[in-house]
Design a protein around this ligand. Sequence first.
Ligand code: ACO
Length: 323
Amino acid sequence: MIRSLVAGVGAYLPARVVDNDALASRLDTSDAWIRERTGITRRHIAADDELTSDLAVEAARRALERAGAKPAAVEAIVLATSTPDHTFPATATAVQRKLGAPIGIALDVQAVCAGFAYGLAVADSLLRLGHARTALVIGAETFSRLLDWNDRSTAVLFGDGAGALLLRADRQGGTLADRGLLATKLAADGRHYGDLWVDGGPSATRSTGHLRMNGREVFRHAVARLAESVLAVLGETGLSVDDLDLLVPHQANLRIIEAVAKRLGVPAEKTVVTVDRHANTSAASIPLALDVAANDGRLVAGRLVAVNALGGGFAWGATLLRW
Ligand code: ACO
C-alpha cells in the first residue's frame, strides 16, 4: 500500500523576539501572570514586510534541504493558515512561486489551530490517491496581525512562525511497522463558532478584524477533544498509549498540554513542549515542535508519534505517524 512518508522537516521563526516584560511595559499584565497561566515566556513576531508566505517558504526550503530534495520535485503544496497574505488567491500559490516549484497542486487549508492536522490529512489523501508523489505540508502564521494589542487576554498568547514537512508517497507492506502516516482523525463542531473567532472577514465586515476568545470554554473543550482524538487514532490501529514514543501537541498553553498528557497517561519526557519559547503559533505550532524534536534527537526514524490539535470552529484532529 501507499503511505505518506516524512522525508524532511523544516521550520522558520522571525528574528524579532518579544518577551513577556516587553508586553507588560504596554499592557496591564505581568511576566508572572503569563508564565503561570500559559507557560509562555516569549514569542517571535514577524517584521512588517514579512508575509505568511515568506515564513512558509523559509520553512519549506529547510524541509526540502533536510530531505535532500529540490523545489522541482514538489508536486503539491498544502498550506495550513488562518493568516493568508491576501483574501485570495491561496497563499500556497505564493509559496509555489517564491519557492520556484513547478506547476502542481497548491491550496490553503483553514482549520485555524487544527490546520496542520487537517493539512496532513489532505496531503496524505492526495499522495495515497496518486494525485502527487511529493507534497509539502506547511503550517505558517502571522497571528500578530490579527491580535488586538490592547486586549491583554489574547495579545499575550500568540506568536508568528512556520514549519513544514515534505511527504513522499512510498510503497510499504501495510503493517504497523510501516513508516509514514498511519491513522488520522478529524472533526469539527460549529456550535462553538463564537468561542474563538476573528470579528472581521471579507463577507461579514469587509475588514480583517481581531481575534476574540472565550478562553475558559476553549480550555474545557481542548482537553477533552485532544485526548479523545489521540485515543481514536491509536484505537484505529490497535496500538496503545504505551506504544507512543512521542506526543507532539498543538502548543496553545502549557496547562492544556499537561492536562491532555495526564489524561492520556503520557509522561512528560515523551511530550514535546515549545509553547514556552514560541507561544501559540496556531497552524505552525506542530511542525515547529516536530522540527525542535528532530533537531534535539528525540525524533529518529521508526519512532511512533501522535500529533493533536484543536482550534477555532471548534475544529480538531490527530494524526498517528511513524517517523
Ligand atoms: N494579564 C493579567 N491578567 C489577565 C490577563 C493577562 N494577560 N488576561 C486575563 N487576565 C485577567 C482577567 O481579566 C481576569 O481578571 P478578573 O478576574 O478581574 O476578571 C483574570 O485574569 C482571570 O481571567 P481568566 O480568563 O479566568 O483566566 P484563566 O485562568 O482562565 O486564564 C487563559 C486565561 C490563559 C486564556 C485560559 O483560559 C486559557 O488558557 N484558555 C485556553 C485558551 C487558549 O489557549 N487559546 C489559544 C487559542 S485556542 C487553541 O489554540 C487551543
